[in-house]
Ligand binder design. Structure first.
Ligand code: MN3
Length: 216
């Protein structure tokens, strides 16, 4: 038993040390061309997302008790995070959490919403096209850096929200199903100031299978 316990503990410690890691992209960096270019993907994932992971790890270094807590739990209850690292967790933990889902929300493969998601889109927005129109308008309306989201509210209704910086809707108690990163780093190399063009391109590479899965 003793040896087993020590073994389990050491595996646990390894898992903790590796808790916050940059996940690999689920496709090649050029897979989303021409809608999202390879250079943008390379820098966005390999530099920006990596920096959020590194800075989160640094922030948590002095708070070992938080290192094995799921990121979603930290972001859902930011007030429980010690004040000295709360902003760092909000920004860098949010950045890591947002981007980890963002890569999976994209795919080069053609996908469509599940029956359940399509019905929910119809109920909440009238049609998928009407949703896409409102979603891209919301993305275009974000002033400065932030995100636009399709969220599942507590009553089971879908809604569109925007958040500043790297805030995630889980911090206000709703579940994100789809998010679009409208920080300039997500599109500037290819689209410069033409954010609406980036948003139109984004619609072409949405992974509706994953979004449907998130609806549950
Ligand atoms: Mn980004």
């Amino acid at each position: 038993m003793g040896a087993l316990g020590i073994g389990a503990l050491s595996i646990g410690q390894q898992a903790q040390a590796a808790h916050h890691e940059l996940p690999p992209l689920p496709y090649a960096v050029d897979a989303l061309e021409p809608h999202i270019d390879a250079k943008t993907m390379e820098i966005h994932h390999g530099k920006h997302h990596a920096a959020y992971v590194n800075n989160l790890t640094k922030a948590l270094a002095a708070h070992k008790e938080l290192q094995d807590k799921p990121l979603e739990a930290l972001l859902t209850d930011l007030n429980s995070v010690p004040e000295d690292i709360r902003t760092a967790v909000r920004n860098n933990g949010g950045g890591h959490y947002n981007h980890s889902m963002f890569w999976r929300m994209l795919t080069p493969k053609p996908t469509t919403p599940s029956k359940a998601l399509q019905a929910a889109l119809d109920r909440s927005f009238g049609s998928r096209a009407a949703f896409e129109d409102q979603f891209t308008k919301a993305g275009a309306s974000v002033f400065g850096s932030g995100w636009a989201w399709l969220v599942l509210e507590n009553g089971g209704k879908l809604a569109i929200r925007t958040t500043p910086n790297q805030d995630n809707p889980v911090s206000s108690g709703v579940k994100p199903l789809l998010g679009v990163d409208v920080w300039e780093h997500a599109y500037y190399l290819k689209y410069q100031n033409r954010r609406p063009e980036y948003l139109a391109a984004f619609l072409k590479v949405i992974n509706w299978d994953y979004v449907s899965e998130r609806l549950g």
